[in-house]
Ligand binder design. Structure first.
Ligand SMILES: Nc1ncnc2c1ncn2[C@@H]1O[C@H](COP(=O)(O)OP(=O)(O)OP(=O)(O)O)[C@@H](O)[C@H]1O
Ligand SMILES: [Mg+2]
Length: 219
């Protein structure tokens, strides 16, 4: 579904952040992406989301070699990918409900066709009583769950989550992990970037480990 071949990435004239990175993400798979702070996890996720281009190598996403894609083709592919950013990127002037509904509104969908889905998803992540709250009054963990709901509302084929449990207590972290597993069982490929060893020990998933700009894979 997604394939990296000998991908290298550098920012400006710095040394390479990623060097000769090759892997593939099969359909319906679940993997952790780990490695120390600054190892390049977020950078790798940005390549997966096509918000960054590799300096060298080849990235194929849903059968498309990304270097040959025209700019206007990117949003169509991105729609099939859900992302939870490390810094959430919620819109502060919109309610929880509106933040989650936004991707569907942008696509011009009829509000009545998705209203219940948005409410159900927010209940599923435990925010049924915060539908009308604005992000600035939410806790870090609550914001994180809004970001997760927004990433899932359009039923992506792949979910990329960058430290999705970085702001929640261990109990909520387990709940979110179960939520990702449930999603994965229903057919979505999931990539969770984390340095939370306790989280990774809870399930037997593939681990992709970044170290010194290179990627090791443990099945
Ligand atoms: N926009 C940028 N411009 C220049 N250098 C960058 C940029 N973004 C990241 N870097 C550098 O690339 C390296 C990898 O950063 P990245 O954010 O991908 O790491 P990370 O593994 O996600 O770290 P963390 O666990 O702290 O989130 C770091 O050395 C960082 O300073
Ligand atoms: Mg990061």
């Amino acid at each position: 579904m997604i394939r990296f071949e000998n991908v290298g990435l550098r920012y400006g004239m710095e040394t390479e952040v990623l060097r000769d990175v090759s892997f593939h993400i099969p359909e319906r798979s679940f993997q952790f992406l780990t490695g120390p702070s600054g190892a390049g996890k977020t950078s790798l996720l940005r390549l997966l989301f096509m918000s960054l281009r590799p300096t060298r190598g080849s990235i194929t996403i849903f059968g498309h070699e990304t270097s040959t894609l025209a700019r206007h083709e990117l949003p169509i592919l991105r729609r099939r990918i859900g992302v939870v950013f490390q810094d959430f990127r919620l819109l502060d002037h919109m309610t929880t409900y509106e933040n989650v509904a936004l991707p569907l509104r942008v696509r011009g969908k009829d509000e009545s066709s998705f209203r219940n889905d948005v409410v159900d998803l927010l209940k599923w992540v435990g925010l049924g009583d915060k539908l009308h709250a604005l992000p600035p009054v939410l806790s870090g963990g609550e914001k994180q769950r809004v970001a997760i709901a927004r990433a899932l509302i359009d039923q992506p084929e792949v979910l990329l989550a960058d430290e999705p449990t970085g702001n929640v207590d261990p109990h909520m972290a387990r709940r979110l992990l179960r939520l990702f597993l449930e999603l994965n069982r229903s057919g979505t490929a999931v990539v969770v970037a984390t340095h939370d060893l306790g989280l990774m020990e809870q399930i037997d998933a593939r681990r992709m480990i970044l170290n010194d700009a290179q990627l090791d894979i443990y099945a």
